[in-house]
Design a protein around this ligand. Structure first.
Ligand SMILES: NC(=O)c1ccc[n+]([C@@H]2O[C@H](COP(=O)([O-])OP(=O)(O)OC[C@H]3O[C@@H](n4cnc5c(N)ncnc54)[C@H](O)[C@@H]3O)[C@@H](O)[C@H]2O)c1
Length: 297
């Protein structure tokens, strides 16, 4: 089972990065978006990022100017953009990175299942939904995996490769090889809520919020404790502001709904309150901290 041509659906924050690392890994990639404006924006981000990476390689003496130019041209040459789903029909692998809405994802996979070649593998980059639900909707559950990349895709070194009970062993192996070819460390996990990283990280963020809300410690001290006591690059409350309070809440709501008896899944009142006030974190200028661009006030 050889993957040569990859389709990436959704060219937003995650999708454009997946297109780029796949092209850097030597795959031919079709970047698909619902409309031309979003596609142009996504492709523009890739072009800019490739240029930046090439300049860095020249600065570090890893490439000459000529080699860098050639590398950008070759990598960019593997990428094509499309707003026509027919261009996805002969892809060996399709990676979905559209909006985090299960019904929208399921109807997309149902449509793809009917029009993409039977041997193709389907993957979702979802952060919080069960892979199995989309696998069933696609009509080809044996050929379906989760490929969960991390933001920013170009820099983060992990991809979680998720198998359901129905995933064929060869399909899983091919998806894992793809992740590795994209330059990532690929870890295997089952189709459980949050896979590995978010299952550990989100309850940890909730505990930090609870600690703050109880008044056990200040937000600055909670963050400093984890930063300097554990060597984490940032503390849990800063991290929540970076992820977005709305995203964190929506992940938790899905989990609490589906797994009401799991004590690790709970929703702090302050999180709900802040989201209802439009305090969504760094992106709106206030969450648990007040922000001025990238800096905390
Ligand atoms: N943002 C993160 O940190 C992160 C990390 C890991 C995984 N994810 C997951 O990746 C997926 C995408 O998230 P994102 O942050 O890149 O979102 P985003 O909003 O930046 O990008 C989504 C893109 O999909 C396009 N789109 C929406 N519906 C479409 C459709 N039907 N057909 C084609 N294109 C469509 C939009 O135009 C947009 O460009 C989500 O499932 C999310 O849970 C996000």
């Amino acid at each position: 089972m050889e993957i040569k041509k990859v389709g990436v659906i959704g060219c937003g924050l995650m999708g454009h990065g997946i297109v780029q690392v796949a092209a850097q890994g030597g795959f031919d990639v079709v970047a698909f978006e619902a409309d031309q404006g979003a596609l142009d924006k996504g492709l523009g981000r890739i072009e800019k990022s490739l240029g930046k990476l090439a300049s860095k390689n020249v600065e570090k003496g890893k490439m000459t100017e000529d080699q860098a130019g050639e590398w950008v041209q070759t990598t960019w040459g593997r990428v094509s953009g499309s707003t026509d789903k027919a261009d996805l029909a002969d892809c060996d692998l399709i990676v979905e990175a559209i909006v985090e809405n299960l019904d929208v994802k399921k109807s997309l996979f149902q449509e793809l299942g009917a029009m993409v070649k039977d041997s193709a593998i389907f993957a979702s980059n979802t952060s919080s939904f069960p892979i199995m639900e989309m696998a069933e909707a696609s009509g080809r559950p044996a050929r379906f995996v989760g490929l969960h990349f991390f933001n920013p895709v170009q820099l983060m070194r992990l991809v979680e490769v998720v198998r359901t009970e129905a995933t064929d062993g060869d399909v899983f192996d091919a998806a894992k090889r793809f992740g590795e070819a994209c330059g990532k460390t690929a870890v295997a996990c089952k189709d459980t809520p949050g896979f590995v990283v978010n299952r550990l990280l989100v309850p940890y963020m909730v505990q930090a919020i609870n600690m703050l809300d109880r008044g056990d410690a200040s937000k600055e001290d909670i963050d400093a404790a984890m930063q300097f006591g554990c060597g984490y690059p940032m503390g849990p409350l800063t991290l929540t502001d970076y992820v977005g309070l709305d995203t964190t809440l929506s992940i938790l709501e899905g989990w609490v709904d589906r797994y009401p008896n799991e004590p690790a899944f709970s929703i702090p009142d302050s999180l709900r309150q802040k989201v209802s006030e439009g305090k969504l974190g760094r992106k709106t200028g206030e969450g648990y901290y007040v922000w001025e661009g990238d800096k905390k006030k």
